[in-house]
Structures are given as structure tokens and as C-alpha cells.
Design a binder for this molecule. Sequence first.
Ligand SMILES: [Zn+2]
Length: 704
Amino acid sequence: MIGLNIKNGALYFNDTLISGSIGDVGLYARPNRDLYFNGEKIASGNINNPVGLYHSQSKIFFDGVEVGSGGGVDPDSEFSPEGYWIPPAQPANPTGKDWTYATIISKYDELMAVEPKLTKHRYNDGNGNAILSTVGNYELYHYVYEPEDYDKTLFLQAGIHGNEKDSRLTLYRMMQILFTLRNTNGYTAWQQIYNRCRLIIIPVVNPYGNDTSGMNIPYKSTQYGINANRNMDFNQQYGLAGAGVGGDVPFDINETRHIRDVVDLYGAENIDYAVDYHDGADIMQHYWINYGVDSPNRTLVNDFVQYLVRTYVPAGVTPIIPECKDNPATGIVMGYFAKSLGVTASTNEWIGGIWGYSFDSAHLTHSLAIRSNMLFIALNNDVKGWQVKESLDADYFHFDYPRAFTRDSIRKDEAGAETIVTDAKIRSRWDTLQAKFPALISKSIVLGVNATGDNVHSYTFGSGATKVLYVGGVMRYGGTHKIDEFAIYQLIEYLCSDYIVNQSSFLQDLRNNYTIIVLPFIDNSATNSAPYTGAGLNNAALSRQRWVIDSGTNKTIPASNEHGTGNYGVQIIKSIIDSNTDLKCIVSGGEITTGYGGNDQTEYTTEFQTHFVVPKNMIFDATDYANHLTVNRDENVVVENTKGFTFADYAYDHFNIPTYFVQLKVSNRWSELSADHGITSDAYLYSNYEAGRRMANIVNLFVN
Ligand SMILES: [Zn+2]
């Protein structure tokens, strides 16, 4: 190769390295092939339209025109044709398998002495005292590498399972390469990580496990201890004897609280990708890299695994990779990031059982290729979850990867009971948010008392001139999902975030111009037996119809008995409507109602993905919006009028307030992505994509 050229982020002149790092001196291209000289952008380009002087295939080009041709060959590429980094052969490190926690920390400390931008942080309480590991009383540390100018933040951790020695050894090796070898032939690809990535690293999550070579750590009287990778708050696993229990409650031990608190320190919204490194010394599988089924890294992980199979699995051997997909059945770290936090994440597991576990050169080179390319995938692709990605001329709001609906699980001994979201949890969620943002959210006086004797409140966001109301928890039998309560909660939570609001003109409109009154629920369940027989605001079931059509005025009014004028729920909702007759609209949502024996709601359509039910006398021209949902979201949209027996009819008949009751069934995307997950349609209701649907409907009905 000849002339001045850029290779793997370094500047060369005729094969001679003249600057090991882009972004500082001379001519260089970054980040998307724009051309810079000494830090100043001098031309815009992209990979298909290179600009300025550049080198390709041993020729020199200027703005696409060949200006010189030379002999020689390109330097050895550090990348495969698909763009994956190919590590040089690694030194064997059999003793690394036995490194104690203290040794590993000391090695990171040595890297700090080389790299001043790498800092060490002890897990402390509010008074600066160390919070020690629950088992073994080790001090817990994370490290942060923060370059002056970065556009990615990656969260990396290893050793949550103490017997998985490769994971924490190869993570350390990656950091050693980054800080000591990035200007060396074969490793110059790491200059991009060095220049552009902030790294948050927990070298070993579980020190006691590391030092005792145990997967789990002792826990109360359980035979197999606690599996820390089952103790996060999305589908926290409450009992699987062979793998160890997941704890009594999510974040039951300091080791997992440490992960949670480190993330909180930097903000989930600031993390582009989180990787939890594992290995399985005796598990007979080839690779195990997962993703949130709707997340931006889904196809990237699939492509990468196929590359690994092509590169490493011998011809004729059928690769065993059953878990390279979304599998949110248990409370693993990846699920916590992807579902609870909305952070794109993966478990990255190299399976030693099939490949051997010798820590020789071949093993460590293979492992490095698997571990380190997760960083390059994050570096070279737009994988961040916390992005609305709204076009300037968008007609409707949508957010494809918000936080998923958490089941907010707790340990229960009866099967499936971990999915229960109690009244107290919903109230606590709102009270916590209100306490955090008292200038944005206010809590009402007691509006009444519900079926179980609890006080009912509403919460109001903002003070704009346009007033809207959300009513949760109605038309529900059994109340198993609580999805709509979370959708409106999440919307209000996002409206409190400058970071999110600034990405969407719809959310800016809502924050600046609206007053949003939210009644999260009155009763969390409706049933045909005490104490819930009084519940269900739109309940026309059996002999307990709440609302009737007045034969004189032909308008809907409360029924004239204990089920209407004497019903607490009817009175609460009626008083909110009567004192807010200037509402622009009301949006409500709830569960699928067909399971309610004797309920007139069974007269409604059951074939839909999105079902809008509007008052009997209201005309809802949903053509544009339904078309958007059908064309862009593959949803079967149905609009129906009520029979006139709901609070929506009362609001519309008396005050002309448009009211939309929205029911959602799981979207077609669940089956469209069936190859990428093993999730039941019921579980998929809690996925990120479904979270986005519910939130989007509320926003679009409010603002349009
Ligand atoms: Zn593991």
C-alpha cells in the first residue's frame, strides 16, 4: 500500500504507522467516514461515498478518482470479511483460572496505573462505608474508563457465577489489550473502543463464588444456595432446586444490589449495551448469546452467532446453540437490563464443555473472539434502546424499545403466583414517582374508598391548558395482567425525563400543553364474589349494571340503586368527570373481558389486535390511525360503539367528551418473530414491543 491511508483507525504513510490513534492528529475519518484534519471536519462522506484522499486496494484515490497505483499488499486485516475482529493468537494462561478475587482486583489496579482515565469505585453506603458482599464480606468494586470524547457507553460484567473462570479472565484480558496493546499490530482495532467508548466494568460480581469456585453462594437453608443470576426483578425465579433459588425477593443480596446501584449511578438511559459474561465448563453446547426479542441487537447477535458457527464449528458437526434467543423465563441480568431497564443487553456465554476448558492458547483466543466482538457490535451499530427515533414529519407517536411491562415479581410458593401485581405495588409505584417529581406530578385528596377499604387517589401530571383523563383498571375480570396501569405509568415516567421528551415532538406537546389526570385504578380486580362485587366501572354483568340509559333524556346516567348511585366506583368516576367537564378526551384500558360470565361485553368483537370501544353516540373516524396501525404495525384494528352502559357514555352524552376504551391482544409480531424467542403469547404481552404499543395508543389518542 502507498501514500497516506487509514487502516483500523490508525494513520499510515506507506506502511509506516504515523499515528496510532484517530481523532487526534493528521488526516483521519470518523465516525462515519467524514474526513477530519487535526480534529477539524473538512468534508462529509460515508462508506459508499468516500471523500478526500484515501487508500483502497493498494491504490490512491481522491474524491473517488484514482490518482495513483502502487504495488505491495494491504497490511493484514484485523477483521473478517463480515467485519468481526479476529484476535491474534493469545498466550496460554492456565494460572488465570485460579486467580483469586484479590488478584483480579490488583490486576485492574495495575491497569489504572497505566491508564489515568480508568478509575476504581468501591460500593459504599451514603456515609462512605463499604457495602460488603453478602457472603464472604468482600469489598465490591466497579471500574470506569471514560475517554474525553465518547459516543457509546458499554456496561460489562463477569463472574456472577463463581465457577465461570473464563468469563472474568477474558474480560480482564480485553481490558489489558485496550490499555496496553491497542497500538500493537493485530490489536489496533481497539483504538476505536479507546477513543469512543465509555466502559463501566464489574470485574467479578460474585467474589465469594470466585474464590470458592462455586456457581452459587450459600443462602439461608437452601441446599444449592442462591443463584445470583435469578435474583433480578424481571421474572425473578423463586425456586429451581438444581440451579439454586433466586432469593426471597429481587435484589435480595448485596452482589445483585451492586449491579442495580452501579447502573443507577450512570443512568440506564445512558447505556448503549450491557453484556453479562458467562461460561459453562461442563455444559455441552456451542454458543449462548441472547437478546431481547424486539431489541436492536436481535439480528446482530444472530448474524454473529452464525459467523462463529461458520468459523469454529467443524464441518459436519451440527451446532448446538439452542439458547441464542430471547428467553425471559427467569430473572437473569440480561432480562433485567432488556426488560426492566430498556437497555439493550446480552448474556455472552462461551461454552467450555464442548470446546475444552484448558485455558491454553486456542481456548483463550476463541474466547476473546466471542467476548470482544460484543464490544465491536456495540461500537459499529446503533443498538441503544432509549431512543424514540421519531421522524420530523411523523404523524403518530411510537417508541419501539421502551421498558417492558415488569411483572414486578415476588417469591410465592404457589405456581405462577410470581406474576401478581398487587394494589399496594401499583400505588407505591405512583407515590414514588410523585415524590420524585413533586413539581410535575400532584396527588389528589382521597376520592373515595375501594372494595377492600383502601383510599383511592388520582395523580395529575403537568398544568397545560389542554386537559385529558386516563382511567385504569376497568372492565376487568380477574385482573391478571395490569398492563394498562403500567403503560400510563411508564408514559408519565417518561414525561418526567428531559432525555426522552426531547426526542419526541408528541411528548413535548404533552409536557408543555397538557394536564394529564390519571386514575390508576379503583379496584384492581372485578369478580362476582365479595369483596369485589362492587368493582368494575363498566360492568353490565348479571344484575349489577352500573349505568343505564335514561328513557326521558336518552342520556346515560348512573343506575338508581346500590350498583349505580350507591356504588363507590361510579361515584368516584362521576365526580372526576363532573368536575372536569372541559376534558379534551378520556382514554381507558383494561383486560380482555370475554372471560366474564354473564357480562354484556361478550357481545363485542373478539378478533382484533387493537380494539377501540367508544360511546354509543360517538362517531370515531379512526381511518387514518387504524391505517397506520394496520400498515406499519400489522394490526387488525376494530372500532365499536358501546351499548350505552358505561361511564364513557355518561361523559359523552352530558359533556361531549370523546372517550376511548382500548383493548389490546398480543400483536402479530409475536408470531412474526417466533424464530427469535420461546415466549408464550401471554409472556409476550410483557415484552418491549407491546409496551410500546400501549403507550403509543395513549399518546396518539391524547394528542390527535
Ligand atoms: Zn453462568
